[in-house]
Design a binder for this molecule. Structure first.
Ligand SMILES: [Zn+2]
Length: 157
């Protein structure tokens, strides 16, 4: 069955084997660009504080996600690259379903002094520990080898 043939039997699954080219370019935007340039040179993060409702947006935004107030230059603040584990899971498979050689603790980390959070890998071999509420800090690559992406954070500990 090809693309132009009409399927008349709804119980017959339609599929084609083959490769489909799918290229994506996802720009990080003005706020994301500033955030990533900052972590190339600093061991801290940038956030934006809404001047109307005082919410500290992390990752930084150009508009408040709650009250839609525009963020201006003076609303940008520096925050520590540390936080508290809010949720976590232990991953034993990679994104392709293959078993990982070593399990990974993937955590949702509430970033200190903000109302936002970030996903991170926790550097540990203790998989029986309860990580909820644990304080962690980001460990970055050395400054000369950073590329301005989240991969500049090696792990959290
Ligand atoms: Zn606001």
């Amino acid at each position: 069955m090809g693309y132009l043939e009409k399927q008349t039997d709804p119980t017959t699954p339609m599929h084609w084997r083959g490769d489909m080219q799918a290229d994506y370019f996802y720009p990080s935007g003005i706020a994301g660009d500033k955030f990533f340039k900052h972590i190339m040179e600093n061991d801290t993060f940038l956030a934006t504080k809404c001047s109307k409702c005082n919410k500290v947006l992390f990752p930084p935004r150009m508009y408040c996600e709650d009250c839609f107030e525009e963020i201006i230059e003076s609303d940008w603040i520096e925050v520590p690259s540390s936080g508290t584990i809010k949720l976590y899971t232990i991953a034993t498979l990679n994104a392709h379903g293959k078993k990982l050689e070593n399990p990974k603790v993937v955590a949702f980390i509430d970033i200190d002094n903000t109302d936002g959070a970030l996903l991170g890998i926790i550097n540990t071999n203790d998989f029986s520990k309860d990580f909820l509420g644990t304080k962690v800090k980001a460990i970055f690559k050395s400054k000369g080898s950073r590329e301005g992406t989240l991969k500049d954070i090696l792990y959290w500990e």
